[in-house]
Design a protein around this ligand. Structure first.
Ligand SMILES: Nc1ncnc2c1ncn2[C@@H]1O[C@H](COP(=O)(O)OP(=O)(O)OP(=O)(O)O)[C@@H](O)[C@H]1O
Ligand SMILES: [Mg+2]
Length: 154
């Protein structure tokens, strides 16, 4: 299954290699300041996708899930990338206290797992990962002109 219009792409990812391939294509279209939400159940592949992006940018180190730190920062391939996993965020107060809002500075590229846990700024692209019997389905929706331009070239 693969449909494609200007603001929505659905793509089936048969295995982890397909997730990595999507990450590589997405990486080529990343622009400073982009905000990307990653939705999907535990184990859907949100962190796998970010790992694929970082590897595509040339990151060679470990990519650990920011399960407890909530945020992992990276500078790689000339880009500043921030990987949030807000699953364990206690409340909005913790979000404010941590100063996480400052990370949305128009330069950092933000990948956010569990964005519904905090008052996160709006996304350019929302990626939903659905667990299939075999593999995953990625549904990518653009909400802004920047997001739309990105998906168009994907
Ligand atoms: N297209 C795919 N088909 C099958 N398995 C996949 C695919 N992509 C990734 N995986 C596997 O699914 C798992 C995804 O784990 P990952 O930590 O990325 O999930 P997550 O969505 O970040 O979960 P959490 O909400 O717990 O952080 C990994 O074991 C990975 O190897
Ligand atoms: Mg994860």
């Amino acid at each position: 299954m693969h449909d494609h219009d200007d603001s929505r792409i659905t793509l089936d990812l048969a295995d982890e290699n397909a997730t990595t391939a999507l990450a590589r294509r997405l990486t080529a279209q990343l622009k400073p300041g982009m905000v990307i939400y990653l939705n999907g159940d535990l184990g859907a592949g949100k962190t796998s996708l970010v790992r694929g992006v970082l590897n595509a940018l040339g990151h060679t180190g470990h990519v650990k899930s920011p399960t407890y730190t909530l945020l992992e920062p990276y500078h790689v391939g000339g880009l500043d990338l921030r990987h949030f996993d807000l699953y364990r965020l206690q409340d909005e107060n913790e979000w404010e206290q941590a100063g996480f809002r400052d990370e949305f500075d128009g330069n950092n590229i933000l990948f956010i797992e569990w964005p519904e846990k905090a008052p996160v700024p709006p996304a350019d692209i929302v990626i939903d990962l659905v667990i299939l019997q075999q593999g995953r389905r990625a549904i990518m929706i653009s909400n802004t002109a920047i997001g739309k331009a990105c998906l168009k070239l994907l």
